[in-house]
Design a protein around this ligand. Structure first.
Ligand code: GLY
Length: 363
């Protein structure tokens, strides 16, 4: 088992990584705490696959718990589900020292973390991410939120977990589509300059990474993310680099009402579009765009834009990262070298409209 630490003033916490570590890592959550009560939050898919294992582990440690099991999918990241959790915690008699355990992917982690941040003004919480995407990204760093019909993650807070357990053995049951969603985030980490990932991504087309490779990928991504979070917990500077591909990606998710693409698939499309935007602005070299699309291809992930970028740009204005009539795009000056670039949406629209027209004339 590998232990990494996120070092933040007064809120440092460990990330435990390894294959089959759930049972061994869990006691850390109750160390020094007299309470032996917990609230578990999960979704129907994860619970049917792995619920019995978590249940046995908790009972084995003498923990009295109640589980709230939500429908799987982005629709559960709502204010309704938030209220449902708070009321379940209250009915269960959860006390201020009793932890909430998020057992699932990014939706469960974001929602349960937000509910933990609000219940009794904050109870401890643990992330046990069960998807690659959640293990490499959303479970680490304390961003917790729910969506509004008006946009993704519009209500939330920064609330660090007390513990993250990334048991890579839980990934064995992931459908290929979910694994690819996580690999898209891994390509993002490589593209923004996180060390050591490229050789792990350069595999034979479509090859599924084995458990050792996955554990190493999770470790390297978490090391990289820890650095960003420690330097800029509140996402006002350096941490924004982690949003490479996300501004376009969130617009893709929204354009298709969160139904056609999962988050990772949308981020893959978003990274290719951000690289193209950089190219059109003369700020990103063509070979950087090619390197990103080649890596995504090798992982079997499509980056083909399903609609014209000009249709996405108006949707980007509702994004949290837009402000004062400007969008903040994360662009690459080379592979591994991200930077924030402010641009007026009209200018971005004009660039893509012009490029689309030139494309059509060529055909
Ligand atoms: N997922 C990006 C961040 O945590 O900042």
């Amino acid at each position: 088992m590998i232990t990494l630490n996120i070092r933040l003033p007064g809120r440092s916490y460990p990330i435990q990584i390894g294959d089959g570590i759930l049972e061994r890592a869990l006691p850390e959550l109750f160390c020094g705490r007299p309470a032996k009560k917990a609230a578990v939050v999960s979704d129907e898919t994860v619970w049917s696959l792995h619920g019995a294992r978590l249940e046995a582990a908790l009972r084995g440690h003498g923990v009295d718990f109640a589980a709230t099991i939500l429908p799987a999918g982005e629709a559960s990241k709502s204010l309704n589900a938030f209220e449902r959790l708070l009321r379940a915690f209250a009915r269960q008699g959860l006390h201020r020292n009793d932890p909430v355990i998020a057992f699932g992917g990014g939706v469960v982690g974001d929602l349960a973390g937000f509910a933990a941040s609000a219940f009794m003004r904050g109870v401890p919480f643990a992330q046990i991410p069960t998807t690659l995407l959640a293990q490499v990204d959303s479970s680490v760093g304390g961003k917790v939120a729910v969506n509004l019909p008006e946009g993704k993650n519009l209500v939330g807070s920064f609330y660090q977990p007390a513990l993250v357990i990334a048991d890579t053995g839980l990934l064995a049951s992931l459908p290929r589509r979910e694994l690819n969603a996580g690999l898209a985030e891994v390509v993002k980490y490589a593209a923004i300059g996180c060390d050591g990932l490229l050789p792990l991504l350069e595999t034979k087309a479509g090859e599924t990474p084995g458990p050792d490779r996955l554990a190493r990928i999770v470790e390297l991504c978490c090391v990289c993310k820890a650095g960003y979070v420690e330097r800029d917990e509140r996402d006002t500077g350096d941490r924004m680099m982690l949003n490479f591909g996300h501004t376009f990606g969130h617009a893709v998710e929204k354009y298709f009402q969160f139904e056609r693409y999962n988050h990772g698939e949308a981020v893959a499309i978003g990274m290719a579009l951000a690289a193209r935007a950089g190219l059109l602005l003369g700020l990103t070299p063509r070979e950087t765009l090619t390197q990103i699309t080649d890596l995504l291809d090798a992982a079997g992930i499509s980056d083909a834009a399903p609609c014209s970028p000009t249709e996405l740009i108006p949707l980007m204005l509702g994004d949290k990262k837009s402000g004062e009539g400007e969008l903040t795009l994360i662009l690459l000056r080379a592979f591994g070298a991200p930077f924030a670039h402010k641009i007026r949406p009209e200018r971005l629209l004009a660039l893509f409209a012009d490029a689309d027209m030139r494309e059509r004339v060529k055909v």
